[in-house]
Design a protein around this ligand. Structure first.
Ligand code: NAD
Length: 168
């Protein structure tokens, strides 16, 4: 499948690399220009055993690509993962502003039906809100479904957790 991953932090990068490794064509987008530049040189931005080797291998096979351009990342995507940060607010709740920004970017960019997969850790009810945001900002008459795929990786064993997770 053609897959886009929004956010190339810990979760997004591991997700993108893992999906490419099992044969999907993955384009990862991030707003952090320096991070994307580094990833494009084949150097990972986090310490994670086995990640860089898999990333370089899949980039070489043409299955994994990094960009700051949403148009390029979402072009032809059938599935779009949201894996941006949800930092803790002062009251302890998760701040979902980056998730909403990503949803607006998706809505204004896509031209075909997609499934949006929420990988970011978000409060119950967020997917309903994100579905509304998508509907409000869609530029074309397309169908968008929103589903959850909560992340359980542990930093330091993320590749192992991605391929041999103990829960789905
Ligand atoms: N790191 C973990 O161990 C872990 C485990 C389980 C769940 N999670 C959850 O997964 C989510 C992501 O966590 P992380 O550790 O990967 O965060 P991170 O801060 O490492 O990465 C987030 C990335 O999203 C990018 N970003 C922000 N807004 C963007 C936008 N509008 N478009 C494109 N890119 C954008 C940032 O530049 C950054 O590179 C969070 O909700 C977190 O709670 C993290």
């Amino acid at each position: 499948m053609k897959i886009a991953v929004i956010g190339t932090g810990y979760v997004g990068l591991v997700t993108g690399v893992s999906l490419a490794e099992i044969g999907h064509h993955v384009r990862c987008v991030d707003v952090d220009v320096r991070k994307i530049e580094q990833l494009r040189t084949g150097k990972v931005t986090i310490w994670e055993p086995g990640l860089e080797e898999l990333m370089v291998k899949n980039m070489a096979k043409g299955r994994l690509y990094f960009t700051t351009d949403y148009e390029v990342a979402l072009e032809q995507a059938q599935v779009i993962y949201i894996a941006v940060g949800t930092p803790e607010s002062e009251d302890g709740s998760a701040n979902t502003q980056f998730v909403e920004q990503a949803a607006k970017q998706i809505a204004t960019t896509i031209r075909d039906d997609v499934v949006v997969v929420m990988k970011s850790t978000v409060p119950v009810g967020t997917n309903d809100r994100i579905y509304q945001v998508l509907q409000e900002h869609l530029k074309h008459n397309v169908r968008v479904d929103v589903v959850s795929n909560p992340e359980f990786l542990r930093e330091g064993s993320a590749i192992e957790d991605a391929f041999r997770g103990d829960r789905m």
